[in-house]
Structures are given as structure tokens and as C-alpha cells.
Write a protein that binds this ligand. Structure first.
Ligand code: NA7
Length: 529
């Protein structure tokens, strides 16, 4: 029997394994894919890249790794991130404890023994004292249930389950359904190959230019020289980013109009999340939110030649109500003759047919349909496993009522199960996720060391503590103006899922410190046996 079984070999699972080894615990990672990488293993669609500066979207726990690795672009592309994760796996000799091609189908906590028994799809049972879910927050792809889905005879692709072989769209008629981050990243590259590309848009997102570029050797040297400072600033920030560029911290509403325009233009010119996290009053002030929204709309309109098309592509809701999207050439793609927009709010999709897609405006034929339709975020990866805690209670059933978790790390009734930046009530999706992962892994490792020292074998979240944390996360969400939208943050994209705002919006800086305080104060809210 193992001390620890970790599910998932992405950023979080790999670091957790490394920490378990440091503690002298026997640990194994079970991974459904045939290699490491997690999100970056599965999401191989054209154009996939991170939207946090790579120098920051990377492990900080090893100064040596930081110094030896070269990020050649501001925002690394998926193949480069995957190469980095593979390098980390080799560098820390992690592969020998990873079992690939192993999808966990169920997990049962044996109360008498204090042991988790995990069952794989192949029928193997893996037992361990601790079950650590490193399953990712956006890792359960959603397949929309269009009528006739199975009758369509052309090729189908899901951005979150992209084939490993190169997909060639040259000369083909393609439909892309979905215009979140994945669609927005993939569309310009698919358009370059396709004879005809139709983009099916339900909700236009706020899209900020990434201004991705190469990072010169000299610039890299400069960044590496101040890595400690960059990491320190990340730790002090709301989103776990901000160390590379100096961000505006002054509320928009306290600026003169001239100042405001200068700061908005300046942040826009630097692009990506520098813009996204430069105006924190968008989270709390409708007026500030409208100013930033109008600014983005003005900039967006300048990028699209046809005003009628621009009107359809224009985002309308609150900024940050859905995740901001970073693009490279997205809107310009619509200026090409071979690209067309289908607004499915105007002409809804009725069904898929043998040859294509039928909307209320008629049928269009395609050689391939790309579904960029998102994920069952924050709960899906865990509820797709039949997880049973005390008295055989089902996690899926519990979360059907309310997706609760204490500190976004443990669930009452499910002893010795930790979730790493993977479940509800955790700030991960509003942050540089690698930083949240490190905060969670370090906390769990410290907790395991505490249990080793104290000779305790079982830890669980007390129900009252969980409810207290859930109330706190609800209050943090209610204190903003962005938590009411139809977003995957609130489960709105999954038919039948309870509508509740799942992430913690209090900021990674506040969250990290709170978790540290809980540990330093002897883990109030946790019960040890
Ligand atoms: P998202 O952001 O959930 O985007 C999914 C897109 O697919 C979004 O535009 C949806 O429209 C659209 N969608 C979903 N179902 C349908 C149906 N049935 N019909 C039409 N359109 C549909 O997922 P992504 O993969 O792009 O990005 C997820 C995160 O991964 C992202 O935030 C980054 O952190 C990385 P909707 O907005 O729901 O109206």
C-alpha cells in the first residue's frame, strides 16, 4: 500500500510527487494520458498557448530550474510548455513513479482502515492513505448534445482532446463552434489553411491582444537576474502575476480623464493580462467596468473592416464576467474572404446533419467541425470519478446540492482527499494557475509533514469550517459585480449543473496567507484522527 496516490501528471501532480518524495512518503501518480503534461498534453489544438507570461507561468520552487530554462516567447506555445513539463519530469526523476494510460473510474474511502482504494478503468485497485486529486480545473471537456451529433459524417475535433497527429485543414470547409479562449486561439490558424471557415459564436468575449513576441537572450538574462523580485511581486498580487511589468494600481475612478486614457492606452499597448489586471476597480465598480468595456469595444471596432460584422463580434456584458481572452490576429481573421461569422443567437443551431450544420437559416456543409465548446469546469474532472467518502457518500451527489470545499483543498466527509487547484472554492482560475498550484502543493506537503510528526493518520475538514469558508467565498464573489454572469465560473455552460459561483475571488495573495495562517495556528477547521 502507498502513502499517497496522486491523480494527474500535469503541473500540480508532478510537483506534488516531488514534495512527497522529499517527505520520504511512498507515492505514485496515475495519469490517463500516455505522457506528462495535463492540460498541455490534451489541448494540442493549433494556436494553443498560455495567457500568462511564461517567465511566470512556470515553477518557482526550483531556482536552478528557473535559471536553466529559456522561454523564447513572451507566451509560450503548447509544444514548448509540454517540453518544459517533460523536462521537469526528467530533471526531478519523476517518471519512475508515474503510471500512464491509467484512468481512475472510482475511489472509495475505507473508514475502518483509513485507506483510499482507487479503481482504474482496467480494473486494477490502487490503495493509499492519501488521495490527492491533481485533476485540473478545466480538464473535463464538454461535448454539446446537438441533435444529430452522431449522424454527422465528416471529421470532428474537440480542442480539449486534440489528436496527436497533425491535422491538415488545407482546402477544406470547416466550422468552429465556440469563441472562448480555445476558439479564439485556434480560429486564425485554422483560417490560414481552410478553404472556408465558419465561426459559430454564441457569446462574444472580451478579447485583448496578447502582443506575443520573441524574448531576446539579453532580455531573458535581465528577467532571470531579477527572478526573485518577480516571484515576490507575484506573491503579493491578486492574480499571482505582475512581476514582469509594473502594473497600474490606481483606481480608474480616481484618475482624471487624461490620466485614465493614458493608463488605458499604456496597458493596452503592453497587452494580455497586463491589461487584464491593471484596473482592479472593474471588479467592484460598474462605472469603472463600463469605462474599460467601452475602451475595449473601441479598440475592437478598429480591428474589423465591416461595421455590421464588428457589431456582431462586439462583447457586451461586464468585463471579467467571463474570462478575458488573449488573442493573436483573431478579429483580423474575419477580414478575410474565406471566414464567416454565424451568430447562433440570431440563427440558433437546430441540429447536425449528415453533411454539416443546420441553423434556423438553413444548412451549411462541412468537411470538419471543430468543437471549442469548453469544459465542465472546477467540478467535472472529479464528479466524473465515482468518489465515495464516509458512509459511502458520493462526492457527485454532495456537489449536486452545493459544490463546497474547505479552503478549496478538502471536502467535509471525504477524509484524506486533497484537491490541488482543481476544485471549487479555490482561486486558481482567476490567477496564474501555476502559482496557485505551488501554494496548494506546499500547503498539502506541510500538512502531511505535520501529520507525520504528530502521528495522526486521518485528516478531514469539519463541516462547519467548510460552510464558513463557502460563506466567505460567496461573500467575496458578492462583493464584486462580475460574479453573476452566464459563465463556466458559475456552471452556466453545463446543462443541469447548479448555478453557483465556484472560484474564490478574494485574490491569491489573501488566499495563500489565509491557508498559511490556518497551518500555523494548528489547522483550525480540520479534524485529525
Ligand atoms: P470556454 O471559455 O467555455 O468557451 C466555450 C465556447 O463555446 C463559448 O464561446 C461558448 O459559448 C461556446 N459554446 C458552448 N456550448 C455551445 C453550444 N451548445 N452552442 C454554441 N456555442 C457553444 O472554453 P475554452 O476552451 O475556450 O476556454 C476555457 C478556458 O481554458 C479558458 O478560460 C482558459 O483559461 C483556458 P457561451 O460563452 O457559453 O455562450
Amino acid at each position: 500500500m502507498l502513502d499517497v496516490v496522486i491523480v494527474g501528471a500535469g503541473f500540480s501532480g508532478l510537483y506534488m510527487l516531488h514534495k512527497c518524495r522529499e517527505l520520504g512518503l511512498s507515492a505514485k501518480v496515475c495519469e490517463a494520458g500516455d505522457d506528462v503534461g495535463g492540460t498541455w498534453y490534451w489541448n494540442r489544438y493549433p494556436g494553443a498557448r498560455c495567457d500568462v507570461e511564461s517567465i511566470e507561468y512556470s515553477y518557482s520552487f526550483s531556482p536552478e530550474l528557473q535559471q536553466e530554462w529559456d522561454w523564447n516567447e513572451r507566451y509560450a506555445a503548447q509544444p514548448d510548455i509540454l517540453t518544459y513539463i517533460k523536462h521537469a519530469a526528467e530533471r526531478f526523476d519523476l517518471r519512475r513513479d508515474i503510471q500512464f494510460n491509467t484512468r481512475i473510474s472510482s475511489a472509495r474511502f475505507d473508514e475502518a482502515e483509513g485507506i483510499w482504494h482507487l479503481e482504474t478503468e482496467q480494473g486494477e485497485t490502487i490503495s493509499a492513505r492519501f488521495f490527492i486529486a491533481a485533476t485540473g480545473c478545466l480538464s473535463a471537456p464538454l461535448k454539446p448534445q446537438f441533435e444529430g451529433l452522431d449522424s454527422y459524417r465528416g471529421e470532428t475535433y474537440y480542442t480539449g482532446l486534440w489528436p496527436h497527429e497533425e491535422v491538415d485543414f488545407s482546402g477544406k470547409r470547416i466550422a468552429v463552434i465556440g469563441t472562448g479562449s480555445s476558439g479564439v486561439q485556434a480560429i486564425p490558424l485554422i483560417a490560414e489553411q481552410a478553404a472556408q471557415l465558419d465561426v459559430y459564436q454564441r457569446t462574444p468575449c472580451y478579447v485583448i491582444p496578447a502582443f506575443n513576441r520573441e524574448v531576446s537572450a539579453e532580455e531573458r538574462r535581465g528577467l532571470k537576474a531579477r527572478y526573485d523580485e518577480i516571484r515576490r511581486q507575484e506573491k503579493e498580487s491578486f492574480g499571482g502575476i505582475g512581476g514582469v511589468y509594473e502594473m497600474n494600481t490606481m483606481p480608474l475612478l480616481e484618475m482624471t480623464e487624461e490620466q485614465r486614457n493614458r493608463v488605458l492606452e499604456d496597458a493596452w499597448a503592453r497587452g494580455g493580462n497586463v491589461f487584464g489586471f491593471s484596473f482592479m476597480d472593474v471588479f467592484v465598480s460598474e462605472e469603472a467596468n463600463r469605462i474599460v468595456g467601452d475602451f475595449i469595444r473601441r479598440k475592437t471596432a478598429e480591428r474589423i473592416n465591416d461595421p455590421e460584422l464588428a457589431a456582431k463580434l462586439m462583447p457586451r456584458g461586464m468585463v471579467w464576467e467571463k474570462r478575458l481572452v488573449m488573442d493573436t490576429g483573431y478579429y483580423e481573421t474575419f477580414n478575410s474572404d474565406n471566414v464567416d461569422l454565424v451568430d447562433v443567437r440570431e440563427t440558433p443551431i437546430e441540429r447536425l446533419t449528415k453533411n454539416g450544420i443546420e441553423t434556423t437559416a438553413g444548412e451549411r456543409e462541412y468537411d470538419a467541425i471543430v468543437f471549442a465548446t469548453g469544459f465542465d469546469a472546477l467540478t467535472g474532472a472529479l464528479t466524473r470519478i465515482d468518489i465515495r467518502g464516509r458512509e459511502g457518500a458520493s462526492l457527485k451527489e454532495k456537489w449536486r446540492q452545493s459544490a463546497d470545499a474547505y479552503l478549496g483543498l478538502m471536502v467535509a466527509g471525504f477524509p484524506n482527499l486533497f484537491t490541488l487547484a482543481a476544485g471549487p472554492r479555490n482561486p486558481a482560475v482567476f490567477t496564474n494557475v501555476v502559482q496557485t498550484i505551488e501554494a496548494n502543493v506546499n500547503w498539502v506537503a506541510d500538512c502531511l509533514a505535520y501529520m507525520q510528526d504528530g502521528g495522526t493518520r486521518v485528516i478531514e475538514a469539519a463541516l462547519e469550517a467548510e460552510q464558513g469558508w463557502v460563506s466567505h467565498t460567496n461573500e467575496a464573489a458578492a462583493a464584486t459585480i462580475v460574479a453573476h454572469g452566464d459563465s463556466w465560473y458559475a456552471g452556466a455552460n453545463v446543462p443541469g449543473k447548479k448555478r453557483e459561483f465556484l472560484p474564490y475571488l478574494g485574490g491569491l495573495n489573501v488566499y495563500r496567507q489565509h491557508c498559511i495562517d490556518v497551518a500555523e495556528n494548528g489547522y483550525p477547521g480540520f479534524i485529525f484522527h
